[in-house]
Design a protein around this ligand. Structure first.
Ligand SMILES: [Zn+2]
Length: 96
């Protein structure tokens, strides 16, 4: 794994020993694609820790027999890939 600030190989540690920046963030790409592929189950939102939104997406899917969840999940996934939200539910900035 490489530090997102200085780009040096930091192995498995999360706090960079070179510049001491925090590399614990979750992957924006993972979250976005999870949400696009399985947004009706709120997987991308679960991954980021936004459980309330994920549960709402599941509820919307159930009420609309899947339609709303798929559309919402797709839009939500695109927004995640484009930078909204910028952090996970704990406020940690997402990695690329
Ligand atoms: Zn660093």
């Amino acid at each position: 794994m490489y530090c997102r600030e200085c780009g040096k190989n930091i192995g498995r540690v999360k706090i960079c020993p070179h510049c001491s920046c925090d590399n614990r963030g979750k992957s924006r790409l993972t979250a976005g694609f999870l949400q696009i592929l399985a947004g009706s189950l709120g997987l991308g939102r679960f991954y980021l820790g936004y459980r309330e939104i994920a549960l709402l997406q599941i509820a919307a899917s159930l009420i609309s027999f899947g339609t709303a969840g798929v559309i919402w999940g797709f839009i939500d996934g695109m927004m995640i890939l484009c930078g909204t939200p910028d952090t996970d539910a704990d406020g940690v900035t997402l990695l690329k």
